[in-house]
Design a protein around this ligand. Structure first.
Ligand code: SAH
Length: 366
C-alpha cells in the first residue's frame, strides 16, 4: 500500500479515535490486515487510553511504524478544567481554532456520570437553555464526541465513569450518524463496555430520528418534555411546533416497544409560575397515563440573561408528590456543579455562531 509519511498535524492523517468497530474493521482490511486487529486497536485506544502507536506492543514493528506515519489518535485539547466544591468536574475542550465545547463529570455514591456534548451550540432555541442562546456552528465528529469520554477517562483514571448521558450541548438526534457511532464505542466490550441501560440519550423530540434510533439501538431514552400541553411546549421547546406532543409520545412508545420493563424518562424543568402549578401536574399525569414513563424534575438553573426563575423547593416537592401519588415514578434532579456553571442548561463553551442568534436576540430585545 502507499504509506508516504504525512506531517504530524496534517489533516490527511486518519484520526482512529473516531472509528467504531465497523469503521476500524474496514480500515484494517483496506490496510491489508485481518479484521481482528480492530479489537486490538479498540483496546489500546479506548481501554488503555493509548495515543502512541509505538506503545501497541501486540502489533508488529512494521505495522506500528506505518500507522504512526499515516494515522493518529487525536482527542480534543483541554482548554480549561474546573472543579466544583461538590466534586463535579467540567472540561472546556477546544475542538478547532474557534469552537469550544463542555463536558461534565458528576461523581455520586456508587457511580460516576459523564455528560457529553453532541454539537457546537444548538439549533433548537429552547427558551430556558443557555446553549440555545449561543446559536449553532456545527456537528461534532465521532472523534470529538467519543474524545470527550477518552479525555475524561484519562483525567479521572479507569473505572470512574459508570454512566454516560448525551445531555450536554446540542441535540444528539440532529447529529445522528456521528452520535450512533460514538454510542457503539461506548457499548463495545473492547472499548468502554457500558451496558445499554447506562448510556442515555436525551432529546427534545426529533420524531423521525427517534424512530431511526430505535432501529439501530435500544439505549436508555430521556425526552425533554417540560410542558403537558402543546401551547406551552411550543413556547418552551419550539421544535414542538414541528413534532407535537401526541406524535412525540407515540414515537416514545414505539421506541420502548412491548418490553414493559423499559421506560422513557421525561425531563421536566421546573419554571416558577410557568409550568409548575397543580393544574400542570394533573395535565402531566393524564398525558403520561398510557406511556411507560418515569419523570425527572429538573430545578431550573439560571444563566446570565435568563428571565425565568426556578420554582420554590416547596412547589417542586408538591408537584413531585402529586405525580408520585398518581403512580408515576418521579425523581428530582439534584443540582450539581452550579458554582462552576456545569449544571443542566448552563453549558456554553465557545461557539462561532453561524446562525447569528446572539445578534438576533439582542436586536429583538432592545
Ligand atoms: N438537546 C437535548 C439534550 C441537551 S439538554 C435535549 O433537549 O434533551 C439536557 C437537559 O437539560 C434537557 O432536558 C434540557 O431541557 C435541560 N435544560 C436546558 N436548560 C436548562 C436549564 N437552564 N435548567 C435546567 N435544565 C435545563
Amino acid at each position: 500500500m502507499n504509506s508516504a509519511p504525512v506531517p504530524a498535524d496534517s489533516p490527511e492523517r486518519v484520526n482512529l479515535l473516531g472509528f467504531d468497530r465497523i469503521a476500524l474493521e474496514a480500515f484494517c482490511v483496506r490496510q491489508g490486515e485481518k479484521p481482528f486487529r480492530a479489537s486490538q486497536l479498540l483496546q489500546w485506544i479506548h481501554q488503555r487510553g493509548v495515543d502512541d502507536f509505538q506503545a501497541m506492543t501486540n502489533l508488529s514493528r512494521e505495522l506500528r511504524a506505518r500507522w504512526a506515519d499515516t494515522c493518529e489518535i487525536r482527542p480534543p485539547a483541554i482548554a480549561l478544567t474546573q472543579q466544583s466544591l461538590d466534586g463535579t468536574c467540567k472540561w472546556l475542550l477546544q475542538v478547532d481554532d474557534t469552537n469550544r465545547i463542555e463536558t461534565v463529570f458528576i461523581p455520586e455514591e456508587g457511580r460516576g456520570t459523564l455528560c457529553v456534548s453532541s454539537q457546537v451550540g444548538c439549533t433548537l432555541a429552547c427558551s430556558f437553555c443557555s446553549t440555545a442562546q449561543q446559536g449553532f456552528n456545527r456537528n461534532l465528529s465521532v472523534a470529538e464526541i467519543i474524545g470527550q469520554v477518552w479525555v475524561a477517562r484519562r483525567e479521572l483514571g479507569p473505572d470512574r465513569i459508570t454512566n454516560i448521558v448525551l445531555m450536554g450541548m446540542g441535540e444528539p438526534l440532529l447529529n445522528f450518524d456521528n452520535v450512533v457511532s460514538a454510542v457503539q464505542l461506548m457499548l463495545d466490550d473492547f472499548a468502554y463496555g457500558l451496558s445499554k441501560r447506562r448510556v442515555t440519550l436525551s432529546t427534545s423530540g426529533v420524531v423521525p430520528a427517534l424512530d431511526r434510533l430505535g432501529e439501530v439501538t435500544d439505549i436508555a431514552l430521556a425526552v425533554s418534555l417540560h410542558a403537558p400541553d402543546d401551547a406551552l411546549r411550543n413556547q418552551l421547546v419550539p421544535i414542538n411546533r414541528k413534532y407535537p406532543i401526541r406524535e412525540l409520545l407515540a414515537a416514545c412508545k414505539r421506541y420502548v416497544g412491548s418490553d414493559n420493563r423499559r421506560k422513557v424518562t421525561f425531563e421536566y424543568v421546573m419554571l416558577d409560575g410557568i409550568n409548575d402549578t397543580p393544574a400542570h401536574a394533573r395535565a402531566l399525569i393524564r398525558l403520561l397515563s398510557h406511556v411507560p414513563a418515569k419523570v425527572n424534575l429538573i430545578p431550573f438553573n439560571p444563566f446570565p440573561g435568563s428571565t425565568y426563575r426556578c420554582s420554590s423547593p416547596e412547589t417542586i416537592r408538591r408537584f413531585s408528590d402529586s405525580l408520585h401519588q398518581a403512580g408515576l415514578i418521579t425523581t428530582t434532579r439534584k443540582t450539581r456543579g452550579d458554582d462552576i456553571d456545569a449544571a443542566c442548561g448552563q453549558l456554553v463553551g465557545r461557539v462561532n455562531d453561524r446562525t447569528h442568534r446572539r445578534i438576533r436576540l439582542a436586536t429583538a430585545t432592545s
